[in-house]
Design a protein around this ligand. Structure first.
Ligand SMILES: NC(=O)c1ccc[n+]([C@@H]2O[C@H](COP(=O)([O-])OP(=O)(O)OC[C@H]3O[C@@H](n4cnc5c(N)ncnc54)[C@H](O)[C@@H]3O)[C@@H](O)[C@H]2O)c1
Length: 380
């Protein structure tokens, strides 16, 4: 079972996102069929300490069989690996291997490995191709497509990076069998986000298939990834560098989500749980701040998140702390806190929300008692 989406960006080479079950073993063959990769030999395979023991040998074999000479680097799993220091170690590894501009970087892992390896590839010798082999649901539906690469600074996440599209993306859903539940739900939150911003067709399909996706049913998972990739490819085609006000829609739920992660302490709640709460908050905020968002839409999004295993967060923070976190978010412009607000499924706007409106909504959110059921199902 496999399908593919072609990503077409103005002025850039097209690339393929292949999605399916059992396709990892065909990776070398797939790469040989790509113009610009067909004659390459040297590959640096980058993975992390969780993913490496599970899938590195398999990928290495698939590449070797197709005539690639593979060297590998295993970086520590976790967000702290997305650093300039680790990137520098990888630049040195490439140089010590005497890899030239004709080499290829393959990123095998979640968004951390993808962002890091993409950044290294985009800068080594002014850019060598990168192939993304995402192994988390979040990376398959979001980070492996669209070309954002990054490392973090002590001052903030993703502050240094490039826009650099991959040459190919291979999303083998079999690798998701080993993904921890918490990470699965992070991906589900991004699927819900994409569906709500995209269209009635995607949103109502997801409402009908949410419990199957929560159970990781294969055909549903492949279809959800495909729909997300089609959606993201379209957004990126219209606004690759987030300068035309379109790509910002991907931040739906993230303004409040990031503030929750900061205020509760990073890692207290999963990114997905925080973003899900952020989407609920943004829906309420839209209604309170004069948008024509219907109560039916707010309830439908709430039910969808429940069905995906992303219940109301059993935590309420100090409104002032959350507001301060939002004001310091790097995505702000001129100190304004900007929100993606939904009018309806597929109809959104990004606009600054006046501080007094936001403060009032935060007070209301903070005073609301999360339900008993939500507390017991918390995704910590
Ligand atoms: N470039 C973009 O457009 C973009 C978009 C969204 C997020 N991101 C970035 O992505 C990162 C988050 O990505 P993520 O959620 O994939 O996190 P991650 O890469 O940290 O992976 C989550 C955890 O799952 C483990 N893991 C990965 N695949 C596994 C598998 N198949 N089986 C078992 N364990 C596995 C990892 O080792 C890690 O411990 C953040 O750094 C974020 O900034 C980038």
């Amino acid at each position: 079972m496999a399908t593919r989406v072609i990503v077409q960006l103005p002025g850039k080479s097209d690339y393929t996102v292949r999605i399916g079950s059992g396709i990892l073993s065909e990776l070398g063959h797939d790469l040989r069929a790509i113009e610009g990769l067909a004659n390459r030999t040297d590959v640096l395979l980058v993975t992390d300490t969780n993913v490496g023991p599970l899938y590195q040998a398999h990928v290495q074999e698939a590449l070797t069989q197709a005539g690639f000479a593979v060297s590998s680097v295993e970086v520590p799993a976790g967000e702290s690996t997305k650093s300039i220091e680790v990137a520098s170690e990888m630049w040195s590894a490439l140089a010590q291997l005497s890899f030239g501009r004709d080499c290829l970087v393959v990123a095998l892992g979640g968004g951390v490995v993808g962002d890091l390896a993409g950044f290294v590839a985009s800068t080594y010798m002014r850019g060598v191709p990168v192939v993304q082999v995402p192994t988390t649901l979040l990376a398959m539906v979001d980070s492996s497509v669209g070309g954002k690469t990054a490392v973090n600074l002590p001052e903030g996440k993703n502050l240094v990076g490039t826009f650099f599209q991959p040459a190919f993306v291979c999303a083998d859903v079999d690798t998701l069998d080993t993904l921890p539940e918490r990470e699965w739900r992070c991906g589900c939150a991004e699927v819900a986000k994409s569906a709500a911003i995209d269209s009635d067709d995607f949103f109502f399909w997801l409402c009908d298939h949410a419990s199957l996706l929560a159970k990781r049913e294969t055909a549903t998972t492949v279809e959800a990834i495909k729909r997300c990739v089609v959606f993201k490819a379209d957004v990126v085609a219209r606004d690759e560098t987030e300068s035309a006000g379109v790509r910002e829609c991907l931040n739906f739920g993230h303004t409040m989500g990031h503030a929750i992660e900061t205020a509760a302490g990073f890692g207290t709640f999963s990114h997905g749980a925080a973003v899900a709460e952020g989407m609920r908050f943004a829906c309420d905020l839209a209604r309170e701040s004069g948008s024509d968002t219907s109560i039916e839409l707010v309830e439908a999004i709430g039910r969808l998140l429940d069905d995906l295993g992303l219940p109301v967060l059993p935590w309420r923070g100090d409104p002032q702390v959350l507001l301060d976190a939002m004001k310091h978010d790097k995505k702000n412009r001129k100190g304004e806190v900007r929100f993606v607000l939904l009018h309806d499924v597929g109809q959104w706007e990004v606009r600054p929300v006046p501080e007094e409106v936001l403060a009032a909504q935060l007070e209301q959110w903070s005073a609301a008692e999360p339900s008993q059921q939500a507390s017991s199902e918390a995704d910590r």
